[in-house]
Design a protein around this ligand. Structure first.
Ligand code: EPZ
Length: 422
């Protein structure tokens, strides 16, 4: 299994270009199933997760062509086959479950494997299923599969989510665009990826109003046409490079092709920590001097709050702050698996349930560590860049799920990082 070897202590300088957002691209790919015309996605990230979903779409009968040089993906779902997503093509990645709604809308029935839990928590799909049922789907769970039918089509409904769920909001939108009549989603998620999905669907002929706000209204239409759509830039990749630069004294990095307005909570926390953050229209400049970081408390929250997908990276940063910070994780019940790994590098972290107390240390020292999930892995990369000596990170396939060209990008900024093939 591959590992990543980092010799820490270098400053980072230069420019890094951000790709399209994984967590948007996956839903846009599922949305392509809603049309029998071609959907062209540009600014596509080339990741293990997007390749995995491409396999599933092909299995469902779509033609999928990817050009990784140009970052374009073409999906043509004119002739869908049997609407069945088997366990092997769903289990590795939860976002695959989002094909259920589009298949129901297009074919009137679908059999999709349940995704199961994952390292960061149980992550049920009850809200997804409740939303589809509210739209008129009849669903039964049998031997790990959701078996759904809507022989007379889906019908608009009022759906009030008991708490904010990105995936359930997206799934409800994907199903409701072709439903008869009006759907109102209350307490909807407001993440930029929701707005990106709504923008693409509207450009395909859907009638969605209010995306990015608490209430989304969808007037169902009969069909959707093909489209060219540019995937929104990845705010989590943007924030990750920003924190990598912030972790290494004497660094200055410009992050381009991004939308800094999607990360206000992160910029506020970094500025409180003493990092210079300068925002431009499509870029952000991060400057870290040689002075130590100030401790900053954060609490994760649905957008526009502090993103849970940036919590591990921020914890890595705070391990070197001059004092103690408190990090509260409110979205997932088990998202501190990076804490014991960071401690192997010398960090002082105590976890009590959903709260971690991070007492800053003078320095981290390299050690062998293990990646446990995508964002946890990259927090170890950040800590390894800031640590003295060598850090080797095993199980790096997690990183390949969400970060394109990570080692090459960091090397170009001056880091000493390489992949070791085993
Ligand atoms: C999306 O997951 C992202 N994944 C996650 O990124 C991200 O952390 C999360 O949103 C929150 O921003 C993708 O977009 C592919 P939720 P999602 O539904 O949609 C509970 C990464 O590293 N819940 O907003 O699954 C759930 O367990 C990943 O890229 C239910 O109880 O997140 C969680 O506690 C990790 N029942 C909370 O809601 C449901 O039916 C919020 O989850 C659905 C969710």
């Amino acid at each position: 299994m591959d590992s990543i070897l980092i010799k820490g202590g270098n400053s980072l300088n230069g420019n890094v270009r951000i790709t399209g957002a994984k967590n948007s691209a996956l839903k846009l790919m599922a949305a392509a199933l809603l049309s029998d015309e071609a959907v062209y996605l540009s600014n596509m990230p080339d990741l293990a997760d997007t390749r995995f979903l491409s396999h599933l779409l092909r299995h469902l009968g779509a033609e999928v062509h990817s050009n990784t040089e140009t970052g374009c993906l073409q999906i043509m779902a004119a002739n869908l086959g049997e609407p069945e997503a088997p366990y092997d093509l769903v289990r590795k990645m939860r976002a695959t479950f989002n094909v259920l709604g589009p298949l129901l809308a297009r074919k009137g029935r679908a059999r999709v494997s349940l995704p199961g839990g994952c390292a960061i928590g149980a992550r049920p799909v009850d809200l997804h299923l409740q939303a589809l049922e509210a739209l008129g789907a009849q669903i039964k769970l049998d031997q790990g599969y959701a078996i759904a039918k809507a022989p007379d089509g889906l019908t608009g409904a009022n759906i009030n989510f008991p708490f904010v769920s990105v995936g359930a909001t997206e799934h409800a939108m994907l199903a409701a665009v072709l439903a008869r009549g009006e759907t109102v989603l209350s307490n909807a998620a407001k993440e930029p990826e929701i707005t990106d999905l709504a923008n693409m669907l509207n450009a395909m002929g859907a009638r969605i109003a209010g995306a990015g706000q608490d209430t989304i209204t969808i007037a169902g239409v009969d069909s959707l046409h093909g489209i060219d759509h540019e995937v929104v830039s990845d705010r989590i990749e943007t924030g990750t490079y920003a924190m990598a630069a912030a972790a290494c004294p004497d660094s200055e990095v410009t992050i381009s092709n991004c939308q800094p307005e999607h990360l206000e909570a992160l910029w506020a926390a970094m500025q409180r920590s003493g990092i210079e953050v300068t925002l431009g229209p499509n870029e952000v400049n991060i400057k870290r001097g040689t002075e130590s970081l100030k401790p900053v408390d954060i609490e994760t929250a649905a957008w526009p709050g502090f993103a849970t997908d940036l919590q591990a990276q921020f914890m890595a940063l705070m391990t070197l702050a001059d004092g103690a910070s408190i990090i509260r994780e409110t979205i997932f019940e088990n998202r501190f698996m990076h804490a014991p790994e960071l401690s192997r590098l010398g960090a002082d972290i105590t976890v009590h349930g959903r709260e971690a107390v991070v007492r800053g240390v003078k320095e981290l020292t390299g050690a062998p560590v293990m990646a446990t999930d995508l964002r946890a892995s990259v927090s170890l990369v950040i800590a390894g860049l800031a640590a003295s000596g060598s850090t080797s990170i095993s199980r790096v396939y997690h990183l390949d799920r969400g970060f394109q060209n990570l080692e090459a990008n960091l090397t170009a900024l001056g880091a000493n990082i390489r992949r070791v093939k085993n």
